[in-house]
Design a protein around this ligand. Structure first.
Ligand SMILES: Cc1cc2nc3c(=O)[nH]c(=O)nc-3n(C[C@H](O)[C@H](O)[C@H](O)COP(=O)(O)OP(=O)(O)OC[C@H]3O[C@@H](n4cnc5c(N)ncnc54)[C@H](O)[C@@H]3O)c2cc1C
Length: 466
């Protein structure tokens, strides 16, 4: 019997299989993934690139249930009339329902050279680079890779075509905090510059200067992978266009994750991939509920900086004063606390006491709360300052986390859960990740979990309970 066939085996496909099983789906599911590995967490690639994590630590445990996974199976075509997909080796799979979860691929930096690596797959992240690295693209992913490599002791230059880093996602002061974080990690910044080419161990800048570059790492954004959908005659704009049931124009074909475009927005994060996978599993098991994306909370993995961005980015006037015509409307207010020199900046725009947009950089205690208040559209506490600096100032000062502290925000894993997993035998970072799912989201908490590991190891040796 033909069942569900899923094209692509990334986090979206993996989550779909797990959710289908959880919801009682027991018919065949076949997953065709182009890569030779098990599904893995792509957001953690910078941690493999800098040698912090082994490649296996990124792998997601096989989904429960009866999904048959075919690795190194590249789908080359879909015959919608016969309801069949074909792989590069000529194998044909019939389907009742087809799910496209083909993700996104890194954008070209605009030139090609054997020295260029694009950070899109595990194959791109290994082996770690040797010698000087030039990173092309100072968006959040380029900055994340630069921070990771810089902290690992590599000689890194980050070249960005704009006057400030991550200008699409951050306001000016937050960009300044990010720049400071990178400089502290030893990263040299070349702003308002482009890399024109790379040859003989050098990257050539558009002003003619040469930078030593054994590796040129392209982090120039990503493009939804839509080739299979296009060839099948499905509507593609930026991504594969889907409706509120995550359905393409062909009712038997759905799309989820980074390849899909819903309500004009293409996916670009683990959270939206997971959300869509959960929603589609519900739809395929009989739910009438349409897919409704939750509000977007961006939590990029940048070593050394706790950062979150919620809602649209709104620039303040350059002098920090409200711009003409920018008087707050009744019910609106802006809360800001800026200390770029100290590596901190926060700005929240509120309407009727709820967060409309915000950027929080360098306030670790606020990241989870701001994300949660925004995602659920809850009122912020009357003491705005306590929200930013954290009411449990004591532990912030001492550096020791209380048991209730959420260490992994993506998977809501507390220090207590990690300690219990440690007591249960998970005595290293990969084992803690497998037991609790900590570090398997955006990866920002990898250093914190590493520190906790070291702390627990010391106290276990010393016979103390931390
Ligand atoms: C360097 C980097 C850093 C990132 N950092 C973050 C972060 O900090 N936070 C965050 O939320 N997100 C981050 N992301 C984005 C996150 O990884 C993606 O949103 C997530 O992986 C999307 O999952 P997906 O399953 O839709 O797609 P993907 O993970 O792209 O998986 C799609 C899979 O489909 C396969 N495929 C494609 N075409 C075919 C075909 N024709 N046949 C068979 N298989 C096919 C691909 O090979 C791939 O294995 C990052 C991504 C990168 C590359």
């Amino acid at each position: 019997m033909n069942g569900i066939v899923v094209v692509g085996h990334g986090p979206a496909a993996h989550r779909l299989c797990a959710s289908l099983h959880r919801l009682g789906h027991r018919s065949p599911v076949t997953v065709l993934g182009a890569e030779p590995h098990a599904a893995y967490n792509r957001a953690l690639l910078p941690s493999v690139l800098d040698g912090t994590l082994p490649a296996q630590a990124l792998e997601l445990a096989a989904p429960p249930g009866n999904a048959r996974v075919r690795r190194a199976a590249v789908v080359t075509g879909v015959d919608r009339a016969r309801r069949e997909v074909r792989t590069a080796d000529g194998t044909v799979y019939g389907y009742e329902v087809l799910v496209l979860a083909t993700g996104a691929r890194p954008r070209s930096p605009g030139f090609d050279s054997p020295a260029v690596r694009r950070l899109g797959t595990l194959a791109d992240a290994e082996p770690p680079p040797e010698g000087p690295v030039v990173i092309v693209g100072g968006g959040l992913r380029g900055a994340g890779a630069a921070a990771a490599l810089g902290r690992a002791g590599h000689e890194v230059t980050l070249v960005h075509s704009g006057p400030r880093l991550a200008h699409r996602d951050l306001d000016g002061p937050a960009s300044a905090v990010l720049a400071r974080t990178l400089e502290e990690a030893g990263v040299a910044l070349e702003l308002d510059r482009r890399v024109a080419g790379a040859e003989h161990g050098k990257a050539v800048l558009d002003d003619g200067r040469l930078l030593a570059a054994a590796t040129v790492l392209a982090c120039a954004g990503s493009v939804p992978e839509t080739a299979v959908a296009r060839a099948a005659g499905l509507e593609v704009r930026r991504g594969i266009v889907v409706d509120d049931r995550l359905r393409t124009g062909d009712p038997r074909i759905h799309a989820i994750g980074d390849c899909a475009e819903h309500a004009g927005a293409a996916g670009d994060s683990l959270t939206s991939a997971w959300e869509q996978a959960d929603a589609l599993a519900g739809i395929l098991t009989g739910s009438d509920s349409p897919y409704r994306p939750t509000r977007r909370v961006l939590r990029p993995g940048i070593r050394g900086l706790e950062l979150t961005v919620v809602g649209p980015v709104e620039e303040p006037a350059p002098d920090g004063e409200p711009a003409p015509g920018d008087d707050p409307a009744p019910g609106e207010e802006t809360v800001s606390l800026s200390d770029p020199g100290g590596g901190r900046h926060a700005r929240l725009r509120l309407r009727d006491g709820r967060i409309r947009s915000g950027i929080v950089a360098g306030f670790p205690q606020a990241v989870a709360a701001v994300g949660r208040l925004y995602a659920r559209d809850l009122p912020v506490p009357s003491d705005r300052l306590a929200l930013l600096i954290g009411s449990a100032g004591g532990y912030a000062a001492s550096g020791a986390l209380p048991d209730t502290a959420v260490v992994c925000q993506c998977n809501n894993v507390t220090r207590k859960a990690l300690r219990q997993a440690w007591d249960g035998g998970a005595r290293a970072l990969p084992a803690l990740a497998a037991a609790t799912r900590a570090t398997t989201g955006c990866g920002t908490c990898v250093p914190a979990v590493g520190r906790l590991c070291a702390e627990l190891a010391r106290s276990t040796e010393g016979g103390n309970r931390p």
